[in-house]
Design a protein around this ligand. Structure first.
Ligand code: ZN
Length: 491
């Protein structure tokens, strides 16, 4: 690495170390920390994050960055460092400091208001705050637009570099055109649900650890805890934490949370360790991260070939739940599709339609076509049109997600993109190796190696679209996802 980049790296290591410390607090706060810790932990976190902000945005960073920019012929990694840091700067530079602080305060407050509104099923309580958040988000985006750019595109590009409306519009149009009619057909021939089958939590815990190891999670460089809403948190490649959740009467929920989070975590464990504590460390974009978790959860974890060599040992480990259920019945259960009201509980087929609703509404909110007041009605109308269900309450409707209360506009599409990217990578993998045969032999290593070689090891060096192009030979192409869903659920 060139000297100027080494100096920059040395300087930024402090900020990265603070990031690791905060990451550990977040994981701990949601798993093991005692309830009364939260007040002081919040104070500690505020101090650490202010410190981190000062390092990142300070004069020294700017001077070192300017020196790096003078370097001739930077390497691919050095160029990536400049790109990543510029994205962080660009985000904050044009926004007046006072406004930024006011927005932080507003969204902290909004979280409490949103929760109360959701609990009381009272949208009117949340609407004025949402209006303020929308106004400020729109203002910030307008300050940052480049010539001819729509404000909403600024926010989309923040979440997913290069995935703006020119790519998302045709993607979601295809979903609407192909998946909505497919869902109608599925709804005409519903697959019955299995009767309730319970299993003691201890047995679930033990089997889920076996399962995580089976698919490739390394317990020497990771740990599993429990929480209300499953998530993963990577400190660096050698310490990756999973938080999962087990329900006594729904062991499938735990299984697929574990596989999903292990997918996120295997990604983090396979990044080139040389990038630890550098701006290149950690996974790429949100959509790319989500593509890896969904790859393991859906492409691999719901396949018959995956369960064939594993099912008998699961029956043995959790006889209370699975002794009387055949492999075929189990496979039918985990691949069932049914339109529901709540995004986080949606299945593989309907998930992207929940995102379609949010994408269209956000676009209309930003263009001014839709007002905050009209939002619940528009929400329900779109659920009726695409999923053929209508939320009986706003709690299960427009108030269900936390995102808007934190000002996260433009974030939802990442979830749907993750599934589509996973399908594109899987189609490519299948052309290069006999995936089903390997899975039937109980050999998950080739899948893990393929993902490390093409995706994981790069950390933040390459953008999502670049990785897709280099791995699959083409830019983002949602057709693979549509074909995958049509083939599977058409059957
Ligand atoms: Zn995820």
């Amino acid at each position: 690495m060139k000297e100027s980049f080494e100096k920059l790296q040395k300087h930024l290591e402090r900020s990265a170390a603070l990031g690791v410390a905060m990451g550990l607090f977040y994981w701990d706060g949601d798993t093991l920390a005692p309830k009364e810790a939260s007040e002081y932990t919040a104070k500690v976190l505020a101090i650490l994050s202010a410190e981190q902000f000062d390092i990142m945005m300070g004069e020294t960073t700017r001077e070192l960055l300017a020196a790096c920019e003078q370097e001739e012929k930077p390497s691919e990694e050095e160029e990536a460092i400049l790109r990543v840091i510029h994205r962080q700067f660009e985000n904050l530079e044009k926004i007046p400091k006072d406004d930024f602080a006011r927005f932080q305060e507003l969204t902290t407050k909004a979280h409490v208001v949103w929760r109360e509104a959701k609990e009381k099923n009272d949208y009117a309580l949340f609407a004025p705050t949402l209006q303020e958040i929308l106004d400020m988000s729109r203002k910030f985006a307008s300050l940052r637009v480049k010539e001819g750019q729509a404000p909403y595109d600024v926010l989309l590009n923040d979440c997913e570099e290069g995935f703006t409306m020119d790519i998302l519009d045709p993607f979601f149009a295809k979903m609407k055109e192909e998946i909505v009619p497919l869902l109608r057909k599925v709804q005409e021939n519903p697959v019955p649900k299995l009767p309730v089958h319970s299993c003691p939590l201890d047995k679930q815990r033990a089997f889920n650890c076996t399962l995580a190891t089976y698919i490739g999670f390394d317990f020497n460089r990771g740990a599993i805890g429990e929480t209300e809403h499953p998530f993963s948190d990577a400190l660096h490649t050698h310490d990756v934490r999973i938080a999962t959740h087990y329900y006594e009467d729904n062991p499938e929920s735990g299984l697929f949370s574990t596989i999903h989070e292990a997918g996120h975590s295997i990604y983090e464990q396979q990044i080139n360790p040389a990038y630890n504590l550098t701006p290149l460390g950690g996974g790429g974009s949100c959509a790319l991260h989500e593509s890896q978790s969904r790859f393991y959860e859906n492409m691999i974890g719901r396949r018959p070939s995956f369960w064939k060599p594993l099912y008998a040992s699961m029956q043995e480990a959790m006889p209370e739940a699975f002794e009387k259920i055949s492999l075929e019945e189990f496979l039918r259960e985990i691949n069932r599709a049914e339109a529901s009201l709540v995004r986080t509980e949606a299945d593989e087929l309907t998930y992207s339609l929940h995102i379609l609703v949010r994408y269209e509404l956000e676009k209309q909110l930003f263009s001014g076509e839709l007002t905050v007041e009209q939002l619940p009605e528009a929400w329900n109308a779109k659920y009726k049109e695409y999923l053929d269900v209508v939320p009986p309450t706003d709690t299960e409707g427009v108030l269900q997600d936390v995102h808007w209360s934190s000002g996260s506009f433009g974030y939802f599409p990442s979830y749907a993109l993750g599934s589509a990217i996973a399908a594109q990578i899987f189609a490519c993998m299948q052309k290069q190796m006999p995936v089903d045969q390997q899975l039937e032999e109980g050999n998950l290593q080739p899948v893990k190696d393929f993902l490390r070689e093409h995706i994981h090891r790069w950390g933040k060096v390459k953008t999502t679209r670049q990785l897709l192009l280099e791995t699959t030979g083409e830019d983002f192409n949602p057709q693979y996802y549509i074909d995958y869903l049509k083939e599977k659920f058409g059957r």
